[in-house]
Design a protein around this ligand. Structure first.
Ligand SMILES: Cc1ncc(COP(=O)(O)O)c(C=O)c1O
Length: 436
């Protein structure tokens, strides 16, 4: 039996009649019987069209950090909507949001707002190419940087065994419709292996415009960087005149107010932000420091967008950053996340199931494998069938993480201790059922 109740199934039929496969983004399609239609969100919960309530650990794939419909954000957005949203000029709210952003992420000397993470990484890549005069981009397996052609290779959808030798990986094209020539502009490597990066830089460092990296693998179990790994990337980029781009679309404003740069103590040249900076508003940013910023400001490297910096989005960002800046949401999330991670480990131990929790309390992964993964290729060792069965059991019990373990659990500050307890009970019961 699928996940849809009667009314939800009817709404999905309606959705399918107009929206391609009934969704506006392919990752929301779980099959004809499992794709849900949501009526509303409130705090830590989402409600489907049958009124069934779920504790939400998808949080919209990461943006919801305060909770759905947070009143502080809602009020700011409503006020902005009533004041006119888009002008052919810079608006007051944009300036205020940019100032708050810079205070929260102090390494940033200048930024521009965009609407989505995809736009932000696309512009970051163009900036790196425009600044360095080089074309090649280095990325890592299992990392996702949005849907533009330049980065749609070896994403988390790739079968790990199709990636070639780890010494000479084959970029796996994640979609049809990408011109063949684009492949020659990308190098892809396993994450967390300093020797492999060093080899590529030694071979062709003079061609590399940028290394684009999710500082932790927000699309692959939330795997953390090994000690010194990001610093190593920083050093290689400096030695070879390439830019270091931190794609903080998932980590930014989530794992710390100052994102991964603050958390791991490594500063990139360019950062891309979205998701948690707006608690669900479509707002993103390309943030820069140093010479590349001067080069960008000098003109000739295009960035534009009719809706970039629109009033509703930036008002949402400003209100979210204000709320996050109090530190309270992080304390709440840390407590709930730690309790969940520890609880899941002890439930598994009690039931004789080997498990590893990866990542940090604000975004963590659960991996059923003997060894803890340190790179995307290790997903081949994970028991995805067991994981999916457990998560399906949890969803039936009203707790909703993504059923693909590569997508981390995302926590919001609206989670109560009771929600955590309910979640652990649902995990325990579902695991027992799955291994029975
Ligand atoms: C790390 C990372 N970068 C970029 C993107 C693309 O962002 P968007 O979906 O807003 O275009 C995503 C989306 O999940 C992401 O996880």
């Amino acid at each position: 039996m699928g996940l849809q109740g009667k009314k939800t199934a009817e709404w999905f039929e309606r959705a399918r009649a107009s929206l391609v496969n009934g969704v506006s983004s392919q990752f929301r399609y779980w099959g004809d019987e499992d794709t849900l239609v949501i009526d509303r969100g409130e705090g830590a919960y989402v409600y489907d069209m049958d009124g069934k309530r779920y504790i939400d650990y998808q949080c919209g794939f990461g943006p919801i950090i305060l909770g759905h419909g947070d009143p502080r954000v809602t009020a700011a957005v409503a006020e902005a909507a009533a004041s006119g949203t888009v002008f052919a000029m810079t608006q007051r709210r944009e300036v205020e949001a940019a100032e708050k952003f810079r205070k929260a992420v102090p390494w940033v000397e200048g930024l521009r707002f965009t609407n989505t993470g995809t736009e932000a990484t696309m512009h970051a890549v163009r900036l790196a190419r425009g600044y360095t005069g080089r074309d090649t981009i280095l990325k890592f397996e299992g990392q996702y940087h949005g849907v533009h052609d330049y980065v749609m290779f070896s994403t988390a959808g790739a079968p790990p065994r199709s990636l070639g030798s780890r010494y000479r990986p084959v970029p796996w094209q994640s979609s049809s419709g990408i011109p063949e020539q684009i492949r020659s502009l990308i190098r892809v490597l396993p994450f967390n292996d300093t020797d492999l990066v060093e080899r590529v830089f030694n071979d062709e460092g003079h061609r590399i415009a940028a290394v684009i990296v999710e500082p932790m693998l927000g699309n692959s179990f939330a795997i953390l960087p090994k000690d010194g790994y990001l610093a190593h990337l920083r050093r290689l980029c400096d030695e070879h005149g390439a830019l270091l781009i931190f794609d903080e679309v998932k980590t930014g404003f989530r794992i710390a107010l100052g994102g991964a740069a603050e958390y791991f103590g490594v500063t990139p040249d360019v950062g891309t932000f979205a998701k948690s900076m707006g608690n669900g508003m479509p707002v993103a940013a390309i943030a820069v420091r140093g010479e590349p910023l001067a080069a960008w400001a000098a003109g000739g490297i295009s960035q534009a967008g009719t809706y970039s910096g629109n009033g509703v989005a930036v008002a949402g960002a400003a209100a979210t950053i204000d709320a996050l800046s109090t530190g309270e949401p992080y304390a709440r999330i840390e407590k709930a996340g730690k309790a969940l991670m520890a609880g899941i480990r002890s439930i598994c131990a009690a039931r004789g199931v080997t498990v590893h929790t990866t990542g940090v309390p604000a975004m963590f992964g659960i991996v059923f494998s003997e060894e803890a993964p340190t790179e995307f290729r290790h997903s081949a060792n994970h028991d995805s069938e067991l994981y999916e069965t457990v998560i399906r059991g949890m969803i039936a019990r009203g707790v909703m993480p993504c059923d693909d373990a590569l997508e981390p659990w995302f926590l919001c500050a609206a989670l109560s201790d009771e929600d955590v307890a309910t979640t652990l009970t649902a995990f325990d019961e579902s695991l027992a059922e799955a291994i029975d």
